[in-house]
Design a protein around this ligand. Structure first.
Ligand code: PLP
Length: 372
């Protein structure tokens, strides 16, 4: 199998698996219990927290572990609305955000929140003048992601945070696809991240919160995570997240150079006839979302079962609906359905990527001939 779906999830790094191992096999204590073993587990969780915070590199706040980035985003949005009940009541976000943001905002709109979803340009960028016109003293929060999971396009998050702050609004950044790969932008008050996108385990994410911007608790119970997010933490998952964050931070330049070389090589190997979805000027290079006229991407995926790639986003795949991100770029139904996403990373070799691209190109060509 050739794995080209690194935006959906990444393999567990061997170093991370080794760090987690004792906490899965022998060290089972509850990190919130006062026994010697509990204290040891708590210490391991706190080392992991510091590792993730250091890799994130943001100042003036702290981090709470969650079960996923989806939970962190739900908490950030719902908890901020809850905290400011009776005050500002408007959220501004963007049409290309992940469903974790868009669906939560839609749910809040059903509860009476005023919601504005901004369109994007054809290259996936936000028109900052349009955003400026939407910002007024009713806006509670602006939610914009740093790297898009489907098309890899980056947004000027620090600039957007400054604009939000000027009008007294907070900013949430979904940094899930940026963390561990690019420098995470300074400025936002709330930042959501996830371990399984950085060669860590599934089932753990985190919300970084600027001091004073902590949302109201969303999960109530035993008072863990300073009373902000109850529930017994898993030392194994926290240790894995910490190890993955440390490793990603140490290898960031090397990993980036690798995916950038692969990105250019993939374009060359695919040959002519393909169009890149989303702009190329501001992007993460471990993502290549492309389309080719006349190609039925779902058929391509079915024909090439031993290559793991995706149609638009993994979340949209299987739903039969074309990706909301590609539609937001202005692609029509046919163009969206002829698009595929190749995602590569630390463990992708040039040879396997070349093999995959040659086979994808050959199948696309064969489809065109068959349909002609
Ligand atoms: N935000 C983005 C941009 C993502 O790519 C994902 C995962 O696909 C999420 C949020 C949700 O992360 P998690 O799987 O940790 O819930």
């Amino acid at each position: 199998m050739i794995y080209l779906d690194y935006q959906a999830t990444t393999p567990l790094a061997p170093e991370v698996a080794r760090a987690m191992h004792p906490w899965i096999e022998d060290k089972f204590a509850n990190p919130h219990s006062p026994s010697r073993w509990g204290i040891e587990a708590e210490a391991a969780v706190e080392v992991a927290r510091k590792q993730v915070e250091r890799a994130l590199g943001l100042k003036g706040g702290s981090l709470a572990f969650t079960g996923s980035a989806t939970e962190a985003i739900n908490w950030a949005l719902k908890g901020t609305v809850e905290k400011t009940r009776g005050g500002r009541n408007r959220i501004v976000t963007v049409a290309t955000e992940h469903a974790a943001v868009l669906d939560t905002c839609e749910w809040l709109a059903g509860q009476g929140l005023d919601l504005t979803i901004l369109p994007v340009e054809r290259d996936g960028s936000i028109d900052l003048e349009l955003l400026a016109r939407e910002l007024d003293d009713r806006v509670l929060l602006v939610a914009v992601m740093q790297v898009n999971n489907e098309i890899g396009v980056t947004q000027p998050v620090s600039e957007i945070a400054s604009m939000a702050h000027e009008t007294g609004a907070l900013m949430l950044c979904d940094a899930v696809q940026a963390f561990g790969k690019l420098e995470v932008c300074e400025g936002p008050d709330l930042v959501a991240i996830s371990a399984h996108k950085i060669y860590g385990p599934k089932g753990i994410g985190a919300l970084w919160m600027r001091k004073g911007a902590e949302p109201a608790p969303f999960v109530h119970g035993g008072g863990q995570e300073r009373g902000l997010r109850s529930g017994t933490l898993s030392p194994a998952l926290c240790v894995g997240f910490g190890a993955a964050a440390k490793l990603a931070d140490e290898r960031r330049t090397r990993d980036y150079d690798h995916v950038q070389k692969l990105w250019h090589a993939a374009i060359r190997a695919l040959g002519p006839g393909w169009t890149i979805n989303g702009g190329t000027a501001h992007r993460y290079h471990g993502n290549l979302n492309i389309r080719r006229e006349g190609v039925d991407a779902a058929r391509l995926l079915a024909d090439l079962r031993d290559i793991a790639f995706s149609l638009g986003s993994a979340c949209a795949s299987g739903s039969g609906r074309p990706s909301h991100v590609l539609r937001a770029l202005g692609l029509d139904y046919r163009e969206a359905r002829s698009s595929i996403r190749l995602g590569f990373g630390r463990y992708t070799t040039q040879k396997e990527l070349m093999d995959a691209c040659h086979r994808i190109a050959a199948h696309a060509h064969a489809q065109e001939k068959l349909d002609a």
